[in-house]
Design a protein around this ligand. Structure first.
Ligand code: AMP
Ligand code: ZN
Length: 138
């Protein structure tokens, strides 16, 4: 299923041009138009799902099997020393385009990309409580 108003559906179907690097029956990968680094690739499903939790596991599996080779190719072409794979779900998580996508971002030591990673600590017992609650959802 595609969404006629979705920019990534239009890109995956070829209605909007893109710098495509790969496609098969499930997946489409293309260069991000606003790259965080040279060779910044987006991997998307051809079908429209807003967020990762909405994807059927088999579709997610067929999409994600393409990730390793794309990471390798983007890194080699960019001459990268590392790669970040990012995937934002929902506005609160900085998702601008509501169609599932994986950012593949080639990295070099000392490049301009910075994470804000405000790691905190759990109070005693809270980790176990949360792990149990998540286990019970699966
Ligand atoms: P996010 O904030 O995770 O939703 O990321 C959306 C990404 O889509 C941004 O990095 C944009 O630069 C990228 N983007 C938006 N429109 C296009 C387009 N027409 N072609 C390529 N990338 C796009
Ligand atoms: Zn879409």
């Amino acid at each position: 299923m595609t969404d006629p108003n979705c920019i990534f559906c239009k890109i995956a179907s070829g209605q909007i041009p893109s710098a495509c690097v790969f496609q098969d029956e499930t997946a489409f990968a293309f260069l991000d138009i606003g790259p965080l680094a040279e060779g910044h690739v987006l991997l998307i499903p051809k079908e429209h799902y807003q967020t990762l939790d909405q994807m059927p596991p088999d579709v997610a599996g067929r999409l994600l099997r393409r990730l390793p080779v794309l990471v390798k190719a983007a890194a080699e072409v960019a001459g990268a020393e590392g790669v970040n794979v990012l995937q934002n779900n929902g506005k609160a998580a900085s998702q601008e385009v509501p169609h599932v996508h994986f950012h593949i971002i080639p990295r070099r030591a000392g490049d301009a990309f910075r994470f804000n990673w405000p790691a905190s600590k759990y109070p005693p017992g809270r980790m176990e409580e949360l792990a149990k609650a998540i286990r019970e959802k699966l």
